[in-house]
Design a protein around this ligand. Structure first.
Ligand code: MTE
Ligand code: HPA
Ligand code: MOS
Length: 760
């Protein structure tokens, strides 16, 4: 029976990704053609030279789309292909690398070569890349959105200290190991099947149905697993899947489209860069009395998930702090850069950086240490968030105190100060950052999921849900939930690939809710089957069902083993003609939100934590190394501690990368400067602190999620910000009285500039 865990298959190199799927003889390879500049209008596409290359070559343009040339959901601004009809408004494109043609050929190299021969005639238009310029020009995707509480104007007037400033945070490339891709083949009756590298099979199904003009039941979408998603395949996998499906529909042959790394880097979206203004007010004791912020979200050329991401920014504007008077406004600024999209944290890290920068600035002006301001203003039980949700099961203070203890922070600070006094060319720095992260999709409707469970008559179990496995081990967690619910060993459970045929109308595996929602749905289905099994056992044993349970693969009567094993029971149930399959459904309860009033409880619960990072700075060169990270994390009762630890470590790495290292730079013409993995730097083992101590709070079962667990995927990314403030702390030791620097990532180049006082 023994089903093999996903992690072990990964380790052995046995997991199959899209490019590993077997290729049939008639397979066509697809290569997209992307626009050469950030903004322009197509006048014509000339495919003659490409077509002349080989008889297998086909060039598909917008004219070939049988359905609607549109993938945009919130806003219809996302054509599948830029139109080659100069009279159409869809002939204007919005970013460099936007797809205008798809080339098919019998081999990948041929398809690449042919794609290079497609000639584009166009008119160049002036691009906008700066979100503030876009806002001035009125280029907003949707209207601004504001959340407010209390009376900020009065609070600022009464404040002892008022500080304002500007904050920049850069974007971030997902660098999933598996690039975006899809494999599509035509089925009988005009239907199509697509294996897609997507976090959202139902969304891909809908997109394909729209562009092919099919009803959804003719489009089957499957995701076996992804070689990483990190948000990059929540919305943006649909384009590649729809292109592959279009190719299959038009050619009548299987089509495989797997992006080259370079195409993936230039053509797909990344984390949103933000430019923000803040104003913070403190009373004489260092309590934050007022906070205001304007967030200029660089949304890129297409709406994509920008509204949902902005929404999460606003919900996390106050970070982990109690701020009685607050007013925050977000602008979705349309620019001529690739469509920025979901990335682990989903707008919350950007908000955290702004409030932490405001506190840093307030500390510089008031002379009160930033750490004291942070500690004094942490959320407490009974407070409420600025959108009216009560603060419950608050662990902000617990995490902070435990961190101070575990990291021996007082001693660490004293050692760093002594070191800095004794050394001129090397400086130590450290910082603590608290985290409070809301769990649930900010869009209420998305908080639902389904499952389909089959118990086969040999006693093995297959579980399908809407959750997509992308390395986060959601399949492991769901297997644990099913095993615990049915009372059997985990190696009897196999979690199946995700398909629109098994579970329909699902939402993306995102918002860290994969195991929360799909685990609950799987649990519901297992409970239903278990009730039927117990009914059969009651008849077989001649005892009331209430006395029976299943534990460790055996039917138990009032806690003692009966004669019935799991296999016996399943077989009897089968013989008794009782259904061994069930569908389960879960909709997160008690979520309410009034968008007009900006009031309600949009989250099922919050995840708390705190991280301390210490660093050493080479003052001459501006280089730094990370010495240690200590993290206290409130993870509820973990379903799998090894998985959760891995998620915290991985998220920390990604957070540190965003805060310190990853420089997603575009030139004023909208061209991505580091467009290869040899020039775009991501954290590696050597970058990470050699000492990492991660502790999970114990004895805090979470009643709001499956098996009393807590979502884990995104919140720990914010810990990476501790690295930013730690490096700035070391810079301050080298340049006392400096103005502060709120411009992430804090690369060694920027450190050197700061030390040489080139920056404000
Ligand atoms: N971990 C791995 N290994 N690979 C991923 O792609 N995505 C992250 C996080 N952890 C990701 C990951 C993101 S952005 C989210 S929202 C969650 O996993 C999604 O999965 P979950 O909801 O099942 O935790
Ligand atoms: N988080 C992640 N993905 C999402 C969300 C969210 O809150 N809303 C829509 N997609
Ligand atoms: Mo994660 S950014 O919600 O896919």
């Amino acid at each position: 029976m023994n089903s093999i865990p996903e992690a072990l298959l990964n380790l052995r190199g046995e997991t199959k990704y899209i490019d590993d799927l077997p290729e049939t003889k008639d397979l066509l390879h697809a290569v997209p053609c992307g626009t050469p500049l950030a903004r322009g209008r197509i006048t014509s596409i000339d495919a003659a030279a490409a077509l002349a290359l080989h008889p297998s070559v086909r060039v598909i343009t917008a004219r070939d789309i049988p359905g609607t040339n549109q993938l945009g959901q919130a806003v219809p601004d996302e054509p599948l292909l830029v139109a080659d009809d100069p009279a159409s408004p869809a002939a204007e494109w919005g970013f460099r690398g936007q797809v205008y043609a798809l080339v098919l050929a019998g081999s990948k190299s041929l398809a690449r070569k042919a794609a290079g021969l497609v000639k584009l005639a166009y008119e160049e238009l002036e691009p906008v890349t700066d979100p503030r310029v876009a806002k001035e020009k009125g280029l907003l995707i949707l209207g601004p959105r504001t959340q407010a509480m209390g009376d900020p104007a009065a609070a600022f007037a009464a404040a002892k200290w008022v500080v304002q400033g500007r904050v920049e945070s850069g974007g971030q490339e997902h660098v999933y190991l598996e690039t975006q891709g899809a494999y599509a083949w035509p089925l009988e009756g005009g239907a199509v099947k697509v294996v897609s590298g997507t976090q959202h099979p139902s969304g891909v199904q809908e997109g394909i149905a729209t562009v092919l003009g099919l009803s959804m039941h003719k489009v089957e979408v499957e995701a076996q697993r992804l070689g990483g998603g990190f948000g990059g395949k929540e919305d943006q996998a649909a384009l590649w899947a729809a292109l592959a499906a279009l190719g299959a529909r038009i050619s009548g042959k299987p089509v495989k489209l797997v992006l080259s790394r370079k195409d993936d880097l230039t053509m797909t979206g990344k984390r949103h860069p933000y430019s923000s203004d803040f104003r913070i007010g403190l009373d004489a004791k260092g309590m934050i009395t007022a906070f205001e912020a304007d967030y200029y979200q660089n949304s890129g050329a297409i709406c994509d998930l920008s509204p949902a991401i902005l929404s999460r920014t606003l919900f996390h504007a106050a970070g982990s702090y109690r701020i009685p008077n607050l007013r925050v406004t977000g602008y979705m600024c349309r620019t001529n850069l690739p469509p920025f999209t979901a990335f682990r944290g989903f707008g919350a890290p950007q908000a955290f950086f702004v409030i932490e920068a405001a506190i840093d600035a307030a500390a510089r002006k008031s002379g009160i240490p930033a750490e004291e301001i942070r500690r004094a203003n942490l959320l407490k039980e009974g407070d409420s968030f600025h959108f009216g949700m009560p603060v419950e099961a608050c662990q902000a203070g617990t995490c902070w105190e435990r961190l101070i203890e575990k990291a021996a922070w007082k001693e660490t600070r004293a050692e760093m100060a002594a070191f800095n006094k004794a050394h001129r060319l090397e400086k130590k720095g450290g910082a603590i950052v608290p985290v409070c992260f809301g769990v649930s999709f900010t869009k209420l409707m998305m908080n639902q999921g389904g499952a389909l469970v089959h118990v086969y008559h040999d006693g093995s179990v297959g579980v399908s849900t809407g959750a997509v496995e992308m390395g986060q081990q959601v399949s492991r967690k769901i297997a644990r939930v099913a095993a615990a619910t049915l009372g059997i060993d985990i190696d009897r459970i196999k979690v199946e690939r995700t398909s629109t045929l098994t579970v329909a109308n699902t939402f993306p595996t995102a918002a860290s809710t994969g195991s929360d929602i799909n685990g609950m749905a799987a649990q519901a289905a297992c409970q239903e089957i278990k009730a039927r099994l117990i009914g059969v056992a009651a008849t077989a044993l001649g005892v009331p069902a209430q006395e029976l349970s299943i534990e460790a693969g055996r039917v138990m009567r009032s806690g003692s083993p009966s004669t019935l094993s799991w296999e016996d029971l399943v077989h009897r149930t089968y013989e008794s003609r009782v259904d061994l399959s069930a569908h389960g459904f879960y909709a997160t309860p008690n979520l309410v939100y009034d968008m007009k009033a900006e009031r309600g409880s949009p989250f099922a619960y919050h995840v708390y934590g705190a991280a301390a990072v210490t660093v050493s700075l080479d003052v001459l060169r501006g280089r730094y190394t990370l010495d240690r990270a200590v993290i206290i994390h409130d993870g509820g009762e973990s379903i799998d501690l090894a998985v959760d630890r891995g998620q915290v470590e991985g998220a920390l790495a990604q957070g540190l990368g965003w805060a310190l290292l990853e420089d997603l730079a575009f030139d004023p013409k909208g061209r991505l400067l580091a467009d290869t993995l040899s020039t775009y730097k991501v954290p590696d083992l050597h970058f990470m602190p050699p000492r990492m101590d991660i502790e999970f709070l114990q004895g805090l079962p979470n009643p709001k999620a499956v098996l009393h667990s807590k979502a884990i995927g995104e919140p720990p990314l914010v810990y990476g910000l501790a690295g930013y403030w730690a490096v700035l702390d070391a810079l301050d030791a080298a340049r006392p009285g400096g103005p502060g620097l709120y411009d992430l990532p804090l690369t060694p180049e920027k450190c050197l500039d700061y030390l040489e006082e080139k920056r404000p």
